[in-house]
Design a protein around this ligand. Sequence first.
Ligand code: ZN
Length: 683
Amino acid sequence: MTLAPNPLLSPSGLPYAVPDYAAIRPEHYVPAFHAGFEEQRAEIRAITDNPSTPTFANTVEALERSGELLDRAAHAFYTVSSADATAQIQEVDEQLAPLMAAHQDAILLDGALYARVAHVHAQLEDADLSPEQRRLVERRHREMTLAGAALDDEAKARLTALNQRLSTLSTVFEKNLLADTNDLAVIVDDPAQLDGLSAGELSAAARAASERGLEGRYLLTLPLFTGHPALASLRDRDTRRRVLQASRARGARGNAHDNRAVLAEIAALRAERAALLGAQTHAAAVTADETAGSPERVEALLRELAAPAARNAAAERDARQRFVDATEPIPYTLEAHDWAYVTERLRTAEHDIDTAALRPWFEAERVLRDGVFAAAGRLYGLTFAERPDLPSYHPDARTFEVFEEDGTPLGLYVLDLYTRDSKRGGAWMNPIVSQSALRGTRPVVANNLNVAKPADGEPTLLTLDEVTTLFHEFGHALHGLFSDVTYPHFSGTNVFRDFVEFPSQVNEMWILWPEILGSYARHHETGEPLPDDLVERLRATETFDQGFATSEYLAAAWLDQALHGLRPGETIDDVAAFEARALADIGLDSSVVPTRYSSAYFAHVFSGGYSAGYYSYIWSEVLDADTVEWFRENGGLTRENGERFRRRLLAVGGAKDPLEAYRDFRGRDADIAPLLTRRGLDA
Ligand SMILES: [Zn+2]
């Protein structure tokens, strides 16, 4: 028997160097990663062993050239491990995760490499370099410094120990949360207690129960955040109460899955690590390397928004209470578990909108071609041609070639719309090949969603939320496709975390834009457009319930900052009391509007990558709302506007200071007023 060569070890030779998924098998990944580690280690050694004086070319640029094989293997693999993680791929993932982390840490903390980078950095004033090259030196130097490369050996040893302990604690947190979430799923015996759920939701609950051996009963599993989608339709108050209580109890029940001691240790160790790295708090260490710059600036924004959000939420509570008093046969005092249910009844009564009834107007293919692609055509001159001849990692992942207005090929766009067991939840964009002039690569980007696949021959009808998600993720895709940088370090969405959501949020503005909506929102059977009055009502409800939505989000963002504002030696002894104090401090302690996440199930910040960074969503929304305003002031959907947004913001990736790029595009710093208006916080 002959062994086929590993297709990951060399460039595929296919258009845009897209991975040859037809030839790649799961067993190819581990050897390709090992070869990639080895190759990059040798490349780094060649840099550090170089007897010549460190220069930009022989050190910083050489570092950018290194790791090409590893990047190729990693991009190909992480595309699959997020979108189609079969058992075999999961096994590979578990095997590779610690190796990949150790490899990256070894480069970041390499003392000899750091000394050379620092030397180039120290000579920067006199160096003859382009602005992108200058920024590359600054970023590489800063990233290594912040990671601890400048520390002495004793401090580095302590840092490594802290990192390892923190990584273990994050895994414990995640496992505890998963176990408690499963244990606390709500079991219901009598279908009458689930009155209000649709037939589909009811049968899903029955199936979930029988999968656990609870034949003839019903099971409501819990989502990550505090609220539960079913709370909007459950008529039985007692069931609503049980669901919300279960959700909020996670990780804090004094059982084997209790996360309170775990998160307190994480917070304390992060504070110690921050001090080791010369920062006052973990929040200071994180925000120092974001556009925010400091926790004080984050705090100022959150405080500015919190007061009007809490005021609006209080007015919304009063309106909901009046509605309960007027419509319920036996009125009750509104509680947290009643909010979503009463809100949906009020929405229908006040605005006559049933969001579920919109789906026949949102047929997926039409939304894609006459909505998402059409808007990109009007703004940027792009056209799209499907390329079924190119290999993809799954039959549902479709590949489109993207062309400039003059027909020049730009890159590839992969859309993988449908949900499956092997795909992780949520929606995202990821690069399969990153654009870089240095490496001569053009962009290949993928969008993933989790839309339910219809039966054969049936059309895919999207919800308004799913339409929004598609436009949003395509905004990230444009960021990757328009990337026009030299160095891979700056490609596409490789920008600060509190900036990266901005372009994708902006792209959502075209969803209800009249010319775009009029072309894609057609009834899938009759071809009729959405009735005008319905469109009007949709626009009129944009600030509906925003006091609640803004408050629950801000509460979580504030908690995240408070948890990561500890000084070394400070500890959290009582998590509930700590949370109560923090939320009272910012005036977001309403009993009917709970925080979107409590600490004991705040996976974003204790087992995800968002510690001291959950504020990012609203931070980038300031730029988003201000940009939407700019497009409106300047005539909306025009080639000229698109060109300016593309060239000054999207194309530069991380190669330019993002706030400078913003000023270059907007002519001034961002103004917060449009965000306040959008969320109804200015009244
Ligand atoms: Zn996004």
